[in-house]
Write a protein that binds this ligand. Structure first.
Ligand code: GDP
Ligand code: PGA
Ligand code: MN
Ligand code: MN
Length: 609
């Protein structure tokens, strides 16, 4: 596009020489009609301006600097609190490539609908251009993106969650980088004298990935997973498609470094569905003496086979977007230290009278607070002070146990992968897979109760393969095949060992059988000792489970019977899973790798089903 003085970015010092970005920004400005365009630099001055403006508009409340410096409280519209899976689409050219687990619409049809929605949607607002990179700017091929958004809340959150700003833009210009265009609007133009609200959004929502074009369009929501487009939309949905095409893995996994008292060092990645314990495990404070955990990532892992044949993982993100309720000094002291430093955004938690934040499960229950809905709240209130999916958004660099390898663009070689879900019954505390293919079967059949991280009913058991159900950007049958291929094409001895965990099994009274949190270090210890050939296991129909004596229970407040219940493999319960797994696999027709049917046959035979 030629220079046109009516284009709002002209004359802005930060505007770019990158023609592709410029052309796209012009095109979007033309369509959405913002009052002004702001090219984000990522500077401290910009952060101050943005957060001041968010305070002035009522979106942010500045927290008491003695409690949480440079930190802010935000309350969303009560209808805009979580990811919207039924409004999330994979618009592949061919419907088959979307697969049976995603919503599909023809890309042309979707573009027509959304172009209508986007037309004039930024009137009265500022359009922000956010250049960002997922992963390291120094990576061999940096993974660039540009998010255009009309939400200052999104810009502030993006600055915490992703490497963004002028230095990223300059690098993109230098190398003439290709990038993922990611367009976001809250969908509430300020027209006809309409006053702004503290949390603009629209009842009509679309979260759309165009996998072939590597492009993202999002409309109507300001919530993190729907609006911070570098995270779920790019680093999982679009990246999983890139990973399929290029032979790597983009996964919904935390990454941690574990060091034993003897100095044995292991890197562990773990995939649990949203709100099933990734952030807590990533920052685990071990209860067993001498063991040390360091954090590399809490939500997303990009993994590639290195020159030495091992699987290397990097965390593409720059911050934590953690579930607030349940976070406290006992469950996650390292998260508490991270947010204490400040520089954070808290969304949909309670605001205390002394200008701090509070949520269910946190210490020092206030006598009075303002709930996430803006209502008076006391400990006697019938309603929760905080939404169950309320979140803290905080810089990863503030984590006191951040592993130094976090800054290494080569990543860390993964020794073990844990799959896990939230199951009241059936699934034992920990199971070791026999081999990669069996581990892939475990991942492909992973089941978990739904949580508040997505809009919809909570507590319903569903299959959530590799904890990626809402994030696989293509046909999940092909995704399973990709996992199987990684196993086939590489040296099995060098690939991570696979385990399946469940922290959430219940006793007859409905209480958790396993204390969880820091005590999960006992399970990690068993995992390490299995890899070192030290710990005992019993072979069961579903895999290897700890013998009662092989799990370190020193100082653990649990009876032998409770432990046995947590570890039990109940053949009848497992037989009941078979029809569900069969039905699940049948969904994928010819796209399901045949070896997964073979795994299921093997399981049936061992169960006598
Ligand atoms: P993520 O969304 O996967 O990162 O999950 P989080 O680590 O944020 O945890 C989600 C919820 O599960 C929080 O309310 C936690 O307090 C709770 N949780 C995490 N780990 C455990 C555990 O080991 N046991 C139990 N019972 N709850 C846990
Ligand atoms: P979570 O991340 O996995 O920490 O819950 C957000 C999400 O998956 O929606
Ligand atoms: Mn997640
Ligand atoms: Mn998390």
């Amino acid at each position: 596009m030629t220079a046109d003085t009516t284009q709002p970015h002209i004359g802005q010092s930060a505007a770019t020489t990158h023609e592709g970005i410029l052309a796209w920004v012009d095109e979007v400005a033309e369509l959405t009609q913002p009052d002004r365009v702001h090219w984000c630099t990522g500077s401290d001055e910009e952060w101050t301006e943005l957060t001041d403006a968010l305070v002035a508009s009522g979106t942010f409340t500045r927290l008491n600097a003695d409690k949480k410096p440079n930190s802010f409280h935000a309350a969303s519209d009560p209808t805009d609190v979580a990811r919207v899976e039924d409004r999330t689409f994979i618009c592949s050219v061919d419907e088959k490539d979307c697969g049976p687990t995603n919503n599909w619409m023809d890309p042309q049809e979707m573009k027509a609908i959304m172009t209508d929605l986007y037309r004039g949607c930024m009137r009265g607002r500022t359009m922000y251009v956010v250049p960002f990179v997922m992963g390291h700017l120094e990576a061999d091929s940096p993974m660039f993106g540009v998010e255009i958004t009309d939400s200052a809340y999104v810009v502030a959150s993006m600055r915490v969650m992703a490497r963004m700003g002028s230095n990223v833009l300059r690098r993109m210009e230098e190398v003439g980088a290709t990038f993922v265009p990611a367009l976001h609007s809250v969908g509430m133009p300020l027209v006809d004298g309409r006053a702004d609200v503290s949390w603009p959004c629209n009842d009509t929502k679309y979260i759309v990935q165009f996998p072939e074009e590597r492009m993202i369009w999002s409309f109507g929501s300001g919530y993190g997973g729907n609006a911070l487009l570098g995270k779920k939309c790019y680093a999982l949905r679009i990246a999983s498609v890139m990973a399929r095409d290029e032979g790597w893995l983009a996964e919904h996994m935390l990454i941690l470094k574990l060091t034993s008292p003897e100095g044995v060092r292991k890197y562990i990645a773990a995939a649990f569905p949203s709100a099933c314990g990734k952030t807590n495990l990533a920052m685990l404070a071990p209860t067993i003496p001498g063991w040390k955990v360091e954090t590399l990532g809490d939500d997303i892992a990009w993994m590639r086979i290195g020159d030495d044949g091992r699987l290397y993982a990097v965390n593409p993100e720059f911050g934590f977007f953690g579930v607030a309720p349940g976070t406290n000094e006992l469950t996650n002291p390292n998260a508490m230290r991270t947010i204490d430093i400040g520089n954070s955004v808290f969304t949909n938690v309670a605001l205390t009278d002394d200008g701090d934040v509070w949520w269910e499960g946190l210490e020092n229950t206030p006598a009075h607070a303002t709930s996430w809905k803006g209502e008076d709240w006391t400990p006697d209130s019938d309603e929760l002070s905080s939404h169950p999916n309320s979140r803290y958004c905080t810089p990863i660099k503030q984590c006191p146990i951040l592993a130094p390898e976090y800054d290494d663009p080569r990543g860390v070689p993964i020794d073990a992968i844990l799959f896990g879900g939230r199951r009241k019954t059936t699934v034992p505390l920990v199971t070791e897979a026999r081999d990669w293919t069996h581990g892939t079967f475990m991942g492909a059949t992973l089941s978990s109760e739904t949580t508040a991280a997505a809009v919809g009913q909570v507590g319903v058991v569903r299959r959530d393969p590799m904890a990626m159900l809402p994030f696989i950007g293509y046909n999940a049958g092909d995704y399973f095949n990709h996992w199987i291929t990684v196993g086939k094409d590489n040296d099995a001895a060098k690939l991570p060992k696979i385990f399946y965990v469940n922290w959430f099994r219940r006793d007859e009274d409905g209480g958790f059988l396993w204390p969880g949190f820091g005590e999960n270090s006992r399970v990690l210890k068993w995992v390490v000792e299995r890899m070192e050939g030290q710990a005992e296991a019993v072979e069961t129909p579903i895999g290897y489970v700890p013998t009662p004596g092989s799990l370190d229970t020193d100082g653990l407040d649990m009876t032998e019977e409770e432990l046995a219940q947590a570890l039990a493999v109940d053949v009848e319960e497992w037989k009941a899973e078979i029809p569900q797994i069969t039905e699940w696999f049948e969904k994928f027709g010819e796209n399901l790798p045949a070896v997964l049917w073979t795994e299921l046959d093997g399981l049936k035979a061992r169960l006598g089903a």
